[in-house]
Design a protein around this ligand. Structure first.
Ligand SMILES: C[S@@+](CC[C@H](N)C(=O)[O-])C[C@H]1O[C@@H](n2cnc3c(N)ncnc32)[C@H](O)[C@@H]1O
Length: 209
């Protein structure tokens, strides 16, 4: 699979280390350029994932963890559907500073390749949109998403099509299915950034534990 993703000045697939990724997004946030680019490119990741979530989750007073929330584009979509209780985590303080005031209950700067500083079984839903891509968050983060999600809860994510197999997301998803940690509700190729010919797998899984 070719290394397809788009980014600011240099392509995302060239990023390797966590510090490089952090600096990259801190710079992309300057002058709100990240959000402007997402509008210009018709980035549909947040809209598509929240639409799918809403199909399966009708209760609105539930607790949602947005892993790699960036400037809060997923939160904007969650709010449109009436969800209110959501929490964001991201590596880039600059992007977190751009999240509209009061949209999320709490925002935390954190590296999702490390253990998440949250208790187990406290979230009804984990969303992770645009954050499984080149040099970003690795498949083992899915174990942490499962840990913090309640039994019967949902985990909804995108995976850039270019890393799905290369980084072992395919094997991790299969391992979690075979060990009855979760059940697949949706898994399909989404538009994502179709205007740039970049697509992503969109998955929605129910947590069994
Ligand atoms: C393409 S953006 C997606 C942001 C947001 N979810 C959206 O859909 O607009 C990828 C995000 O992943 C974050 N990120 C990358 N590596 C990370 C890590 N190790 N831990 C936490 N966040 C990370 C970046 O800071 C950036 O906000």
């Amino acid at each position: 699979m070719s290394q397809k993703d788009v980014g600011n000045k240099i392509p995302i697939y060239k990023l390797k280390k966590t510090d490089e990724v952090m600096n990259y997004y801190d710079e992309w946030g300057e002058g709100n350029k990240y959000d402007r680019d997402m509008i210009d490119w018709n980035y549909t990741g947040p809209k598509e994932t929240v639409e799918v979530l809403n199909k399966y989750q009708k209760k609105k007073n539930i607790k949602i963890y947005d892993a790699g929330c960036g400037t809060g584009l997923v939160g904007v979509e969650l709010k449109k559907y009436g969800f209110k209780d959501f929490y964001g985590a991201d590596l880039s303080q600059r992007l977190l500073d751009l999240v509209p005031n009061g949209l999320y209950k709490k925002l935390v700067k954190s590296d999702l390749n490390k253990p998440i500083l949250e208790d187990e079984n406290i979230y009804d839903v984990v969303m992770c949109v645009g954050t499984f891509t080149f040099g970003h968050v690795k498949p083992h983060a899915l174990d942490e998403f499962l840990r913090i999600t309640k039994k019967g809860g949902l985990i909804c994510f995108t995976i850039n099509e270019g890393i799905h197999e290369e980084y072992g997301f395919d094997l991790k998803i299969k391992e979690l299915l075979e060990s009855n940690k979760w059940k697949e509700l949706e898994f399909f190729k989404s538009d994502y950034i179709a205007s740039k010919d970049v697509n992503a797998w969109l998955g929605l899984y129910e947590v069994i534990k």
